[in-house]
Design a protein around this ligand. Structure first.
Ligand SMILES: Cc1cc2nc3c(=O)[nH]c(=O)nc-3n(C[C@H](O)[C@H](O)[C@H](O)COP(=O)(O)OP(=O)(O)OC[C@H]3O[C@@H](n4cnc5c(N)ncnc54)[C@H](O)[C@@H]3O)c2cc1C
Length: 364
């Protein structure tokens, strides 16, 4: 108020002092009062509206500042350690986080284990369960199902939170906070929207040639176990990221991905990703797996950024960034240990292929 009054006073006093005062004095005072009242009134209304909107959003919307309650609305057991879990907020969300965060931001939420008061991060996917068919379905553009989130989870024998989640039943309540952004890809503002329609149909359609405005941003991604969800989030989100993922996925067996498997294979058929699979059940020697990974790993390419895209002149993936996501031992073999909160040195397979701290990032 003081600043507003001060500003009005300054404005009127400057008019007075420069001789631009065109009204008689009491008329001027009435005008000053009316202007002041009108502006104060508008500001008051705006503040009220914002407060109203904020307070009604504030309590129920997912936020880093407080926990929001979600009901386990569906659970799909894949095997004794892997499962999918769909969470539905008790009160519908107003904000479409998929739209807000886009495909440039890799994000997670934290789930609270109330007995031991610890939180763990989990990466949501834009998928929901179809109650009638039991199948998982992709959220269409603009849809966010009132804020439902679907997670791919693994429980560990000595793990506290994932094991607790695995034992929980449908309709039980868990508390979430977030979102937390793990990494952000560069955004080319005027890049065209990329379609995901092929993921919404059961039949394979003809593959359309990719049309970008600028050069595609290909990524090499090294994931282990549930780390693959980070790559899936990028590729399944509305207007998916603009490039191809050279995906090196390590797991015990590909089948542990359950209903996510056909989605991944479809993404590969439509050249959204190139899959290099390393299954310890089929290729037991760790040494041999790492040797093959080294052989199949690309060297980094320079990013052409805003150079206008004309047509795909090459067949290969040309990664400009490498992301590594998995347990510590996995990150160490691929790129040397991550010394959280720092990135640590660059080593392992990626260093041998010429990747450096300029184009490599180890996710947590
Ligand atoms: C940003 C981010 C996103 C994540 N997203 C997901 C996700 O979508 N799905 C998911 O399942 N997990 C995800 N995680 C991992 C998750 O946060 C937990 O670390 C995991 O569920 C284990 O927690 P816990 O409390 O059960 O086990 P903890 O009590 O933390 O660990 C106990 C023991 O379990 C074993 N263990 C724990 N984690 C691993 C591992 N990764 N590999 C091998 N052994 C392990 C070890 O023996 C460890 O000593 C994510 C982590 C981060 C940081």
């Amino acid at each position: 108020m003081y600043l507003l009054r001060h500003a009005l006073n300054r404005r009127f006093s400057s008019l007075r002092s420069t001789g631009h005062n065109i009204r008689p004095k009491n008329c001027h005072r009435r005008f000053k009062f009316a202007a002041f009242s009108a502006i104060s009134g508008s500001l008051g209304a705006l503040t009220y509206l914002l407060y109203n909107q904020y307070s009604s959003l504030g309590n129920n919307e997912l936020s880093q500042g407080h926990f929001t309650s979600y009901r386990i609305s569906n659970k799909h057991i894949i095997d004794e350690n892997h499962f999918l879990m769909e969470l539905t907020p008790l009160i519908d969300q107003k904000i479409n986080l998929w739209k807000l965060l886009g495909s440039e931001k890799m994000w997670s939420v934290q789930v609270k284990q109330p007995q031991i008061m610890v939180v763990r991060n989990y990466t949501p996917l834009p998928l929901i369960f179809n109650k009638a068919t039991g199948a998982i379905e992709l959220l269409k553009d603009g849809q966010f199902a009132g804020g439902k989130l679907l997670f791919y989870l693994k429980s560990y024998e000595h793990g506290e939170v994932a094991r607790w989640l695995q034992q929980m039943q449908e309709n039980e309540i868990v508390e979430l906070r977030g979102p937390y952004i793990e990494y952000e890809l560069p955004k080319l503002e005027r890049e065209s929207k990329r379609s995901r329609d092929f993921l919404l149909t059961a039949i394979d359609e003809e593959i359309q040639e990719e049309k970008y405005k600028f050069q595609p941003f290909d990524i090499a991604m090294y994931t282990a176990g549930t780390g693959i969800v980070t790559a899936l989030q990028l590729m399944l989100t509305e207007s998916p990221f603009r490039g191809t993922i050279d995906l090196f996925h390590s797991c015990k067996d590909f089948t542990e991905l359950g209903p996510l498997m056909p989605l991944i294979l479809k993404l590969e058929r439509y050249k959204r990703l190139r899959l290099h699979l390393f299954e310890s059940s089929h290729e037991p020697s760790r040494e041999l797996r790492l040797t093959r990974m080294l052989k199949e790993t690309s060297t980094p390419f320079p990013y052409q950024g805003s150079v206008v895209f004309r047509e795909m002149t090459y067949n290969n993936v040309r990664p400009v960034l490498a992301l590594v996501c998995g347990p510590d031992s996995f990150i160490s073999s691929i790129a040397s240990p991550k010394l959280s909160p720092y990135q640590g040195p660059v080593g392992g397979i990626l260093e041998k292929k010429g990747w450096t701290s300029d184009n490599l990032f180890k996710l947590s």
